[in-house]
Design a protein around this ligand. Structure first.
Ligand code: ARG
Length: 269
């Protein structure tokens, strides 16, 4: 995780309609919201902090830094130039943190935004959303790199509908391993993407109002627990039915102003 010391909304990105330079996050409240999430994460996981950095207001969304698999780490190659500035910071930080790992940088024409667009279903199957930030060449490059070392890995590309509200796969899809089910907002994906997903698990659709609360931007913390930015009673019941009776919610109003929430603030290693 990365503390929100320098978090702000200072630019707007064409793929992200949430960002509005005139709607600034409240820094103190952002810090409070982040700290609560951090403290709860620390109770269940070993959390490493990446230092924040002036001039990199989106660095806190560490889910976008890259993707780790065993002893390999693939750095993201951002679609927007504004976020590409984070790369040197990522390169330096993860290079030191993951000593002994093989790290990869993607070719120029390949865009890939790490765990924002990539979801592991188990230790062999990976789904990657593409069509907005990550592009198809990015998916193929990641697949090639992973398969070179681990030929048993299967990568499933998921076509996303071109739109700017649910622009990363983690804004419209959350995998619930115990139930082998996806919490998903189907309108954010193209039909072929939905078809691929339905072959990989049971789809549990959320409605627009729930998707707008970033309900899919959630993290399964352990066998019992899921951290969500928001949950109605019916979502809580559903989570219980799917094997996660402990639903903890974390208000994320300030991060939503940048189009991010719980999942975006965490890179699962
Ligand atoms: N403002 C950031 C961007 O548009 C938000 C990133 C959210 N991260 C995520 N994993 N969905 O890039």
């Amino acid at each position: 995780m990365c503390p929100p010391l320098h978090f702000d909304v200072v630019y707007e990105l064409s793929t992200n309609q949430w960002m509005d330079k005139n709607r600034k996050p409240d820094k103190a409240l952002a810090n409070q919201q982040w700290t609560k999430l951090y403290e709860e994460c620390c109770k269940s996981a070993k959390v490493t902090l990446m230092p924040s950095c002036p001039g990199l207001p989106d660095l806190i969304f560490v889910a976008n830094a890259g993707l780790r698999y065993r002893d390999a780490f693939i750095f993201s190659h951002f679609f927007h130039e504004e976020r590409r500035k984070e790369f040197l910071h990522h390169f330096d930080f993860f290079g030191k943190l993951l000593k002994g790992h093989t790290t990869y940088v993607l070719p120029e024409n390949c865009y890939f935004e790490g765990q924002g667009d990539a979801v592991w279903l188990d230790d062999k199957r990976l789904v990657i959303g593409y069509g907005i930030r990550t592009n198809f060449s990015g998916v193929k490059a990641v697949e090639t790199l992973l398969k070179k070392h681990y030929p048993e890995i299967e990568v499933y590309p998921i076509a996303m509908r071109p739109q700017s509200t649910f622009y990363h796969l983690d804004t419209c899809l959350c995998y619930l391993p115990k139930a082998k089910a996806f919490l998903a907002y189907p309108e954010a994906l193209l039909r072929e993407g939905m078809e691929t997903l339905s072959q990989l698990g049971k789809i549990c659709p959320v409605i627009r109002q729930e998707a707008d609360e970033f309900v899919c931007n959630s993290v399964v913390i352990n066998e019992e627990t899921i951290f969500m930015p928001w949950a109605s009673q019916s979502i809580k019941n559903l989570m219980k039915e799917f094997g996660y009776p402990n639903v903890q919610t974390f208000p994320m109003s300030e991060f939503l102003k940048s189009g991010g929430a719980v999942k975006c603030l965490i890179l699962e290693m």
